[in-house]
Design a protein. Structure first.
Length: 281
């Protein structure tokens, strides 16, 4: 069964098949058709390339889609604004790409393995179910708390259905100069590093140190304020940070590695997202 066919069979809601959450006119669900996946790729292109200035390859310029070999093996979590008077695939305002461990074999590995030694973690814990989160983006006018909450409600429902034990992936700071984020990177290094049992290190040829400032020189409030909302959100949930940053020249970002065991997620978040997810399971 393909990743396009799977979601509709897995999740149902009495009044709208496949819906994982709803808030006002916004709904979150998994892509069910090739047209919806293509629309998500177009949204990613507009955000990553047009807005954030990622480097464009010839194919991307011609198709105006952010696509790679991992897309076919992934499920695509989508937020729709049903108030938009367009076909469904034109109502997409946010997306997250989800790659489970068993599906990663089809893609010959995880996307983040190009930056970090992911195998060190997954091979050391063969009994756990892993989920890579990536390619998160939302239209500028929808970058609000409720859109983020819908995405996380969808992710939580997905994790429950697939019995996910650990979420991980790369999260990005804008710009390809780590020193520009010295305060935030140093805070993460000194306060949020994964312990040895969960640690993942950047590949040697891509490793960038994160301890750019001594602990005593760091103002935690200022450091947290300077971080992208996505990274702060991961930290609130209980995420840990891997060893070393990586510069992604193609996307013009400085990446850090996020490790989020489900067992580390705060009970209040489990209760909050779980209660909402139960309505749509």
């Amino acid at each position: 069964m393909s990743s396009i066919e799977t979601p509709a069979a897995l999740f149902t809601s009495p009044d709208s098949p496949g819906v994982l959450g709803r808030l006002g006119s916004l709904e979150v669900r998994l892509a069910r058709t090739a047209a919806e996946i293509a629309a998500a790729q177009e949204l990613r292109f507009r955000i990553f390339f047009d807005e954030l200035g990622a480097m464009q390859e010839n194919a991307a310029i011609l198709e105006e889609r952010d696509a790679d070999r991992f897309d076919a093996a992934c499920d695509h979590l989508l937020v729709y604004d049903t108030a938009i008077a367009e076909p469904e695939h034109r109502q997409i305002v946010g997306t997250y790409r989800l790659l489970r461990g068993e599906m990663a074999r089809e893609a010959h590995g995880f996307y983040s393995a190009g930056e970090y030694d992911v195998d060190r973690l997954t091979l050391a814990k063969p009994d756990l179910h892993f989920l890579e989160l990536g390619r998160s983006c939302v239209k500028p006018e929808y970058r609000s708390k409720r859109t983020v909450e819908l995405l996380w409600q969808g992710i939580w429902a997905y994790c429950r259905r697939h019995r996910i034990d650990v979420m991980f992936g790369c999260a990005s700071f804008p710009g390809a100069i780590p020193a520009a984020h010295a305060l935030a990177l140093s805070f993460l290094h000194h306060n949020c590093r994964a312990d040895a049992d969960w640690d993942v290190r950047a590949l040697p040829q891509r490793y960038q140190p994160m301890d750019l400032m001594p602990r005593e020189a760091i103002n935690p409030k200022v450091a947290l304020f300077s971080m992208p909302p996505l990274i702060k959100g991961y930290l609130r949930l209980g995420a840990m940070i891997g060893d070393g940053a990586v510069v992604d020249q193609a996307f013009g970002t400085t990446d850090v590695f996020i490790i989020l065991p489900v067992s580390h997620i705060s009970t209040r978040y489990i209760t909050y997202y779980g209660a909402e997810a139960d309505r749509f399971m």
